[in-house]
Every structure is written in C-alpha cells, then in structure tokens.
Design a protein around this ligand. Structure first.
Ligand code: NI
Length: 188
C-alpha cells in the first residue's frame, strides 16, 4: 500500500474518459484499490476516482460518513464502497445545489447542482454486481466520483460561478449568514 500523488485540475488524466476495467477481480486492481483507500484516508476525502491518482481506469471508491448522512432511507451512512465500471442513472429530473470540494481542486469549494435521486450499479472487487439507489449526500458523492471517469470536474457542472470560491472565504460568508455547517458537506 502506498499514498499516491493526486492529479490536479488541468492535468490531462482528469480531462479524458477513463478505460473500462477488464477484470474487476485481478490482483492489480485489488492493489490499486488499497492505494486509493490509503490516499483518500490520508487526504480526508469522502471519495476518490482512479484518474485522480493517474490511473486511467473506470473505478471509484467512496463512503458516506455518519455526519454527512441524512434521515432519508437511501442516504444512510455507507461503509467504504468500491465501484468498478459504474453506471449512474437519474431517477428524477429534480436537482439541488450543494457544496462540493475535490482533492484535485484543492482549496476551493463550489455549489453544484446534482440529481437528488439516482440508481447506480457496477462491480465490486469480488466481481459481484452492486446495484443501489441513493439520495442526498450519497447520490452527490457518487455523481461527483463517476464524473471523474468521464473527464468532468465539478466546476464544469456549475451553472453559477459566483458560487465558486476559496474554502475559507465561503466558510466565512456562510458563517455570517448563520449557515456554517454547509461548508463541511463538501464531497471528495
Ligand atoms: Ni473529485
């Protein structure tokens, strides 16, 4: 296991679609996931996509920490999930704004519109198919991570760039409005 270097916005590996994983059960995929977990935990992220550590593969990891979960039935805390060759399908037209950060865009946060309810599927390291429905933070983190596999970073999803800023400035602005907890909701 090793902590890997994280690619930053502007690097070509973050701008192109990643390649499908041919065998989710391959030992090198297991080793890559171990590095991703260590890198994500070191950086205190909620998720990580393989291209963020310079691996051009359709593979993401994420978790839903208890403090970010809501009382919605499909937004409960989730332990670490490995999702290989994921597919995301919106279950509603409804989107909501929420703050996101990204380990590849350090120091910034932005308010990003995301579908409020999705279904996602993919494969685990055991080769078993995973299929779940998600809402709230759970849906947001999955959409954020899977966008990385298509070369999309969250600022590209923003419709109002006046809601993009340095973490400390956004936190201060929200605190002045009595809305401090929202900045802690940022995703990976
Ligand atoms: Ni990210």
């Amino acid at each position: 296991m090793a902590i890997r270097k994280i690619a930053k916005m502007g690097h070509p590996v973050l701008r192109r679609p990643a390649r499908p994983v041919s065998d989710p059960t391959a030992p090198e995929i297991r080793a890559l996931v171990a590095d991703m977990v260590e890198t994500m935990e070191d950086a205190n992220g909620a998720g990580l996509a393989a291209p963020q550590i310079h691996e051009d593969l359709r593979l993401v990891i994420f978790h839903v920490p208890a403090e970010r979960a809501s009382d919605q039935p499909d937004d409960r805390p989730e332990p670490l999930t490995v999702l290989i060759n994921p597919v995301v399908e919106p279950l509603t037209e409804e989107r909501e704004l929420g703050l996101e950060g990204c380990l590849s865009v350090p120091g910034f946060v932005g308010a990003v519109p995301r579908f409020t309810k999705i279904r996602y599927s993919g494969y685990g390291l055991d080769g078993e198919r995973v299929e779940r429905e998600a809402s709230g933070f759970h849906a947001r983190v999955v959409q954020h991570e899977c966008d990385h596999l298509d070369g999309i970073l969250y600022p590209q999803r923003m419709e109002d760039l006046s809601l993009f800023g340095y973490v400390e400035e956004v936190r201060r602005a929200l605190e002045e409005r009595g809305d401090a907890q929202r900045v802690e909701e940022a995703a990976d």
